[in-house]
Design a protein around this ligand. Structure first.
Ligand code: ATP
Ligand code: MG
Length: 242
């Protein structure tokens, strides 16, 4: 029988707010404005996932769907150093797939299923979920098809989280179109992109924002087992930290 595992975020405060980190067998979404640390959190978790359980890890490999070209192997090496693990080995345990359009992004899930069947993987990162759909489906006329394709993608990701005991970690943008955002009830005036297609499939949602100075704030918006609370974190050379 599969047992649910939690992977640390790198910030103790945020881990406490999440009852120990992000859970396998669930889809976890972080959304927020640019430079709030979504991609940095993904890098941090990609290293921590590989660590022993007592260090907040899951002793597992990582798959990374990169839609914006923002994966940085050098960052992995820097974060690995913080945790005292070999940088090259940490990079080797991360399978990065660069997606250039939304169709390829969807197909990648099926390709990765073969890797996940080895039972060596515990984390699937999708950074970011929506960007390719935004450029591939333009205008109102294509909105419905876009939403149903995103919905299918999310459902498949959720199914794979369950089947392969994975943390699915998805980054999302905040909505830029005020007309469209009026369609969806949001929090703090910041609404995640993708509307219901994303909301329905996300188990836990975190809103990230900039705080005072270097500080960043994560707010749990939607969680099956955590109250709506906030935690602060910072971005360092060694990744997300307190
Ligand atoms: P976007 O919506 O544009 O994708 P994001 O939420 O993914 O944004 P990140 O790229 O995760 O944002 O975060 C960028 C921030 O991380 C910047 O403020 C940058 O200063 C900080 N950062 C990046 N590398 C380092 C590092 N080595 N040390 C400290 N801070 C860093
Ligand atoms: Mg990013």
């Amino acid at each position: 029988r599969k047992r649910c595992i939690r992977i640390s975020t790198g910030s103790k405060q945020l881990d406490v707010a999440l009852n120990g980190g992000f859970q396998t067998m669930s889809v976890n979404e972080v959304y927020g404005e640019f430079r709030c640390g979504k991609t940095q959190m993904a890098h941090t978790m990609a290293v921590i996932c590989q660590l022993p359980r007592e260090m907040g890890g899951a002793e597992g490999k990582v798959a990374w769907i990169d839609t914006e070209g923002t994966f940085r192997p050098e960052r992995i090496a820097e974060i690995a150093e913080r945790f005292g693990v070999d940088g090259q080995q940490a990079q080797d345990n991360i399978m990065v797939a660069r997606a250039y359009n939304s169709e390829i992004q969807c197909e990648m899930l099926e390709t990765l299923a073969q890797n996940f069947a080895t039972n060596q993987y515990r984390l699937l990162i999708i950074d970011s979920l929506i960007s390719l759909f935004k450029t591939d489906y333009v205008g109102r006329g294509e909105l419905q098809e876009r939403q149903s394709t995103i919905s299918l993608f999310m459902r498949r990701a959720a199914q794979m989280a369950d089947e392969f005991n994975l943390v699915v970690f998805i980054t999302n943008q905040v909505m830029s179109d005020p007309g469209a955002s009026a369609l969806f009830a949001g929090v703090d005036g910041r609404k995640p992109a993708g509307g219901h297609a994303v909301a329905h499939a996300s188990t836990t949602r975190l809103l990230l924002r900039k705080g005072r100075g270097e500080e960043r704030v994560a707010k749990i918006i939607d969680s099956p087992d955590c109250p709506e609370r906030e935690a602060t974190y910072i971005i360092t050379t060694g990744g997300i930290n307190d």
